[in-house]
Write a protein that binds this ligand. Structure first.
Ligand code: ADP
Length: 919
């Protein structure tokens, strides 16, 4: 800063001139009608102390202004004294006015000789702070003075801020028109600026919505405020606080570089420019903000000078970068860049002059021309900007449409694929079950056959894949619901994960399982959780290498209950580019080494969503993959799924009572079909048999003997199919239990077994097993066995039906327990049939059965419902009364508990074909 010290610059200018001009008198004639620039006639003296008293100043030599039409004052706290000798022509006016044309002059004083006091006195003063008192005089400092012949006037200017200004003088009578003229100019420029702001803001907000336009609009906004700051426009708004106005003025005009830098950042073609340019721009931004803050804290000439330095240097730098880009033929947005550069040049010219204290001829005029050119050229370019923006809009909409179209096509294709796979899967499922059931049996019959061992895993793979595709389709169609149970989750997970141990050890992979609790009672969907785990684990094993490692970490949380588990491997990992797609259906990372379908993770994702959880994946090539799943397990989340009526149909026996939550699953009413209970521990066999029977019968399943006994008693099926070899309770024991229970004692049982020894056959017949089917059997064999099993009960029915009143002749045809059932039923009715109020409920209770059990049992053994049976019983009794004992109709009806005579007559007629009175 010292190198460019303001004082020394001034001295240099004066030295260059070589001579010291003597004071020239300024002639005030009546030729001066308006106002006249007198700057070249004004002498000046710089008081570097800034404090020198007037009398001392007068003793100093004043220097001439070397013919310049203006004065440029530096940033400093010096005082600048100006001396003007006025001589009045005879017929010229006596009242004159002096102007100094700079609105931001901070402090200016006028000293004039007072005849009354006989010395020079401070006659008038103006400072920006006392502006309020001079508000109506206009915004530039001016002083009125009178003279008769001649006078010398001294003006003292003190301003921290550097200034450029002109001294001019004119008759006081012309003051109003001078001010009006100035006001007019200002109004014109302001009008232009306001118009420009409104124009760009409206267009930027509603029409041309691209970034360069908005950046330019923002720049215009900032520049307009900058202009208002420079003309001190804020003072009228802050008449009571001019100090604030002064600082705000500064804030306004010194923020222009912010707009300039931001605009450059938005528009410059940085891809083709050295990267440090951006950094320099950001530095300018930071410096501008910093210096603004400093000036707000301390309004001193040093900070003001630095502020202007930054703004000039940033402007120059930006202009050079634009020029460089243009030379390099980089795409600069010329419709914005050209007006921007014109404005920037205008700004630089005005500021370089005061910053470097140099006179530039006609600078104000050139700057004003550039300023006007910016506005008009931009308006001229607007047409092209519009055209370009419209073109761009059209292209963007077209591209958007294309993209939409494409994504729709992709979606359609995906749906098509899914529906294709679903259909195929349905087709494949049945034959596959029909293959897998018999294979299972063949394996039992020929345990050493190696070929069979090879078939099994591949059938499983196929089955799993088909089930997964069907699951996905069901999930997507919203046909799958959470089936929530309350259990010890920690036990379940450890058991389930560790069941993979044999698979991992066969591939020489270490399996680690860790959890933060050993017991954790929680609500979860066992089946879906297993599916999620199975998929993640089998991927972790599949995409691992020999000697690798798979880790499962579980973290249980209370309040609200939830759990988080991760499955990690140190295998091949997934490339970053593939990661976003691995959960997509049928997506596979291209790798010839692995077989896959791309269905597993898609299913996992759907399942996790259904269970209201989240899944994340992290992976690095050659380092490994970690899948993390978080699932809720609390009552609040699953409260809507409470339904105690549903029972879990799982093969795993569970000893403790469990609360069962599930969405109600409505089954179609198939009550016309006969009901078959299938008791079989092998899931494949279950599926196989079910697939054979589903068409013609209603099938309920039990996966072990205990479950079977329970279901048989509750549902009273028409027939039971039971496997002989089952864990916990074998087929014989099961059958004994069935036969011992009144509700189910009559149900025909077909035993399925691979055993075909004579003894076992004998044993089964002793227990009362109706039929014996040796595995492997085919569909027709099974169907035939079932048909004849059901038929045998039909014969029984005929016997029962005949003997509603008489049990004697059926006694030999049925087992003891049936006989007992029949006897006690009949005995109770015999005793109570005369009570008109007798209900089925009472009957069932009397023989220790539920109404359902009674209804189903009676229907199977007699074709009657309990009500029909009771009615039939009463009618037979009444018939006896009428025919044998010769009782009247009303007596007979009354005695058998049928009080309603017309009803009695009606049912009697239905049964016997004539009215009771005609009987
Ligand atoms: P599939 O395994 O049948 O191909 P998935 O849906 O299970 O289908 O997985 C999709 C893809 O994600 C796989 O093809 C595989 O490339 C990648 N992937 C999944 N899990 C892992 C893993 N643990 N490590 C490496 N890659 C994996």
């Amino acid at each position: 800063m010292s190198g460019l010290s303001n004082k020394s610059i001034l001295s240099v200018i004066l030295l260059l001139l070589g001579t010291q001009l003597s004071a020239q008198s300024i002639l005030l004639s009546n030729q001066i009608k308006y106002s006249k620039n007198i700057s070249s006639h004004v002498m000046f003296f710089e008081d570097i102390t800034g404090e020198m008293p007037f009398e001392e100043v007068r003793k100093n030599t004043f220097k001439g202004n070397k013919g310049n039409r203006n004065f440029i004052l530096p940033f400093s706290n010096h005082a600048f004294w100006f001396k003007m000798d006025f001589v009045r022509e005879a017929n010229a006016p006596e009242s004159w006015t002096i102007w100094f044309t700079n609105e931001l002059t901070e402090n200016i004083e006028l000293y004039q000789y007072s005849v009354s006091e006989g010395k020079y006195i401070l006659n008038d003063k103006w400072d920006i702070l006392s502006f309020r008192t001079k508000f109506f005089k206009g915004q530039e400092p001016f002083f009125d003075f009178k003279l008769t012949d001649s006078t010398t006037i001294y003006l003292k200017i003190k301003s921290e801020r550097a200034l450029s200004g002109i001294f001019s003088v004119g008759p006081t009578s012309a003051k109003t028109s001078v001010m009006m003229n100035l006001f007019g100019q200002r109004a014109f420029v302001n009008g232009l600026l306001v118009f420009r702001i409104l124009l760009v803001l409206t267009l930027g907000l509603f029409v041309v919505k691209d970034i360069p336009f908005r950046a330019y609009s923002f720049l215009i906004l900032i520049k307009t405020f900058g202009y208002w700051g420079l003309i001190n426009a804020l003072v009228p708004a802050f008449v009571n606080n001019p100090e604030v106005a002064q600082k705000l003025n500064y804030l306004f005009y010194s923020s222009t570089p912010i707009g300039t830098v931001l605009f450059s950042l938005a528009v410059l073609p940085f891809f083709g420019l050295p990267s440090w340019i951006k950094k320099v721009l950001f530095t300018f931004l930071a410096l501008t903000v910093g210096i603004n803050i400093l000036v707000q804290l301390d309004y001193s000439w040093q900070f003001l000078q630095v502020g202007m330095g930054i703004s000039v240097f940033s402007g120059l730098f930006i202009a050079l970068v634009f020029a460089y880009s243009a030379i390099k033929r980089l795409p600069i947005q010329k419709y914005y860049a050209i007006p921007f550069l014109l404005g920037l040049l205008s700004y630089l010219l005005m500021n370089v002059r005061v910053l470097l204290q140099v006179q530039i001829p006609l600078v104000s005029n050139i700057a004003f021309l550039l300023f006007a050119a910016e506005i008009f050229i931009f308006i001229f370019f607007l047409g092209r900007i519009f055209r370009d923006s419209q073109l761009k809009n059209i292209l963007v909409t077209q591209e958007l449409k294309n993209k939409e179209f494409q994504s729709e096509r992709l979606k359609e294709l995906d749906e098509l694929k899914t529906s294709f796979f679903t259909n195929i899967s349905h087709e494949l499922k049945t034959p596959l079950t029909l293959i897998s059931g018999p294979i299972e049996e063949l394996k039992k019959a020929y345990p050493n056959e190696k070929l069979l061992k090879m078939i099994r895993p591949n059938i499983s793979r196929l089955q799993q894949l088909i089930n997964q595709i069907l699951d996905i389709q069901k999930l997507e169609a919203g046909k799958q619901n959470p089936h929530i149970i309350k259990r010890d989750l920690a036990k379940h997970l450890s058991r389930h994960v560790l069941s993979f141990e044999s698979l991992t050890s066969s591939k020489s992979i270490a399996l680690n399982f860790k959890q933060n609790k050993q017991s954790f009672e929680a609500l979860f969907d066992e089946d879906k959780l297993n599916k999620i785990l199975d998929n993640l684990l089998s991927n972790a094993i599949k995409y691992n290498s020999k000697g690798g490692r798979v880790e499962v970490d579980v973290f249980y949380k209370d309040q609200p209950k939830s759990f988080e588990f991760s499955v990690s491997d140190r295998g091949h990992g997934i490339a970053e580019k593939d990661l976003p797609y691995i959960f997509d259906r049928f997506y596979q990372v291209s790798n010839a080494n692995y077989q896959g379908s791309g269905v597993g993770l898609a299913l996992v994702k759907e399942l996790v969503n259904l269970l209201k959880g989240k899944i994340e994946v992290k992976s690095e090539l050659e380092k490994g993959t970690t899948f993390k799943v978080v699932l809720p397990a609390d009552e609040v989340t699953w409260s809507n799924y409470v339904n105690d009526l549903n029972e879990r149909s799982s093969g795993v026996l569970n000893s403790w009572k469990e609360v069962i939550y599930s969405e109600p699953q409505t089954e179609p009413d198939e009550s016309d079909k006969e009901l078959i209970l299938l008791v079989e521990d092998n899931a494949d066999m279950q599926e196989y048999i079910k697939s054979i029977l589903e068409q013609d019968y209603r099938v309920i399943q039990a996966f072990n003997g205990l479950e079977g006994v329970e279901k048989a008693s509750k549902e009273v099926p028409d027939l039971i199919l039971c496997d002989l070899m089952m864990p916990l309770m074998d087929g014989f024991e099961f059958s004994k239990k069935i036969r011992a229970n009144v509700a189910s004692s009559h149900v025909p049982i077909i035993m399925l077994t691979a055993k075909s020894s004579k003894e076992s056959r004998l044993e089964s017949f002793e227990i009362g097993i109706d039929r014996y089917l040796t595995k492997p059997f085919d569909a027709d064999e099974l169907k035939g066995a079932i048909k004849s099993g059901l038929k045998s009960r039909k014969n029984l029915k005929a016997l029962f039906t005949q003997g509603v009143l008489d049990t004697g002749n059926v006694k030999n045809e049925v087992s003891e327990i049936e006989h007992q059932f029949y006897k006690s039923l009949k005995a109770f009715i015999e005793e109570n049939y005369q009570k008109p109020s007798l209900t089925v409920q009472e009957i069932a209770k009397a023989i220790s059965m539920s109404e359902t059990q009674l209804r189903r049992k009676l229907k199977t053994v007699s074709t009657y419902t309990p009500n029909e049976y009771l009615r039939k019983f009463r009618l037979q009794k009444a018939e006896n009364l009428l025919k044998v004992q010769g009782k009247s109709v009303s007596e007979a009806a009354f005695e058998v508990g049928l009080e309603n005579l017309s009803y009695f007559s009606k049912i009697f007629q239905q049964e016997y074909g004539c009215l009771p009175s005609e009987y």
